[in-house]
Design a protein around this ligand. Structure first.
Ligand code: CA
Length: 464
């Protein structure tokens, strides 16, 4: 009798553990670096074919009104990785490459997606760009919840293996040299053998193959198509009609698309697609003059408080759970990725670090009505620029003391017609909302790339 009870109990336990474990979906986030809003097929690009990236939107959801939380790399990524506005914890500048400084990057009190998913059994890997700090104990991805790292610690990298000549990532300082290091495979420096984008795609596929039995989180963090503009003939030859910067840029995006295709094919072959959410996005808008990206019809680009700064290409597929070919037109944010996976995986909540994002799936399946976000904000502390988005409206403060501008983005996506004088009540309402938000923030906690000696030298040269 006792034995039977025990067997029943063990059976139930096995069932519970098994069904609990298998219900946890995998998460893949493919993030491009400085990709223009208009440079993927699902946002209308004809010049650069991106069939594999487009298939994510075709098999899932295209978000037409999607933001990252900041218009440059570092703070945008810090917000995505923590599910919280970076301004809440002083990450409001691009960090300098300083392996000696434990405070130059993501503070340890903040938890990454990988750290939050660890207690519920996930294995996490990051392939590509980190940019959350170069201090070993404080910032290395393996010390921030990740089980695997294959990439570079800094904000960008050269793409041709023969140019990556500096073995030790910890023995250098400064942005220029950080672009020339060997790649870190966990803690071991390895010289890459291929065009970097191809090498990262290989590593992403291998990570999925190795971790197919566990719930996993893969952050495929391509540093393309960020500067320097570099591509191989294989990709350049696809664009005989293009010239100059645009040709190289197109080749770099095409290389990313090939990689995304191989990753999606791997998911299908391993029968993981129905248990894997795949997000695709850019970390900020295209810096159009620098890398020949396109944000049309949006105004401005990387670094700007205008739509071109932080409205990005954004799509999600979850085959079998979300119907394909849909467009979601309400405001969403990269902040929502953390909230979504934490709810789906039942990761423990951290009450003292409340998330700024929202679990998106109920809105996408229609089980929840209303809008995911009432409002979203940006503060750029150094330039004293601000924006607040609420419904159709967006408030813009271009600099300290400048009069507020108001736009109706549903009618005027190019931010052309300032409605502040016509709609003073709406303008005041948004100013109040913005004030409440800014009062909840910290000042930046580390000096940024713009304060580095290298950057200051460049600025002085320009002024001469
Ligand atoms: Ca970027």
């Amino acid at each position: 009798m006792h034995n039977q009870t025990l067997l029943t109990f063990l059976g139930l336990l096995y069932f519970f553990v098994f069904s609990f474990a298998s219900s946890k979906p995998n998460l893949i986030v493919v993030m491009c670096d400085d990709l223009g809003y208009a440079d993927v097929g699902f946002n209308g690009c004809k010049e650069i074919p991106t069939p594999h990236i487009d298939s994510i939107a075709a098999n899932g959801v295209r978000f037409s009104d999607a933001y990252v939380a900041y218009p440059v790399c570092g703070p945008s990524r810090a917000a995505f990785l923590t599910g919280r506005y970076g301004q809440r914890f002083g990450f409001e500048r691009n960090p300098q490459y300083l392996p000696s400084d434990p405070n130059m990057g993501l503070p340890k009190e903040e938890k990454t997606i990988a750290e939050r998913l660890k207690p519920v059994g996930y294995k996490s890997g990051i392939v590509g760009k980190w940019h959350m700090g170069a201090h070993l104990e404080s910032h290395h991805p393996l010390n921030r919840g990740f089980n695997y790292f294959y990439g570079h610690l800094g904000g960008g990298h050269r793409f041709l293996p023969e140019e990556l000549t500096l073995k030790d990532s910890y023995n250098i300082t400064g942005e220029n040299d950080s672009y020339r290091t060997w790649i870190l495979k966990n803690h071991e420096p390895v010289p890459p053998k291929k065009y970097l984008t191809d090498e990262f795609s290989d590593e992403a596929v291998a990570f999925v193959e190795r971790n197919q039995k566990d719930p996993f989180f893969l952050f495929l963090s391509y540093n393309a198509p960020h500067l320097p503009l570099q591509a191989t003939d294989k990709y350049l030859d696809r664009f005989p009609e293009l010239t100059g910067k645009r040709k190289i840029y197109a080749a770099m995006v095409s290389a990313v698309d090939d990689g995304v295709g191989r990753l999606l094919k791997t998911l299908d072959e391993l029968e993981l697609s129905e248990n894997t959410l795949v997000f695709f996005l850019s970390d900020n808008g295209g810096p159009y003059k620098k890398n020949a990206s396109e944000n049309t019809p949006l105004k401005g680009g990387k670094g700007d408080i205008w739509e071109g700064g932080n409205r990005v290409p954004f799509a999600l597929q979850w085959k079998g759970k979300l119907e394909g070919g849909r467009e979601f037109t309400e405001i969403v944010s990269s902040l929502d990725i953390m909230a979504t996976i934490c709810d789906l995986s039942q990761a423990p909540k951290v009450p003292e670090k409340p998330l700024d994002g929202v679990h998106l799936i109920p809105y996408l399946t229609g089980s929840k009505k209303g809008v995911p976000h009432e409002s979203l904000f940006i503060r750029k502390f150094d330039q004293q620029k601000f924006s607040a988005r609420q419904g159709a409206y967006k408030l813009v403060l271009e600099k300290e003391g400048a009069p507020a501008k108001l736009y109706n983005l549903q009618k005027d996506i190019t931010e052309n017609e300032n409605l502040a004088n016509q709609l003073p009540e709406k303008t005041t309402e948004l100013e109040k909302l913005l004030n409440t938000w800014t009062n909840s923030l910290k000042e930046p906690q580390f000096l940024g790339l713009i304060h580095s000696p290298e950057w200051q030298k460049k600025l002085k040269k320009k002024q001469k």
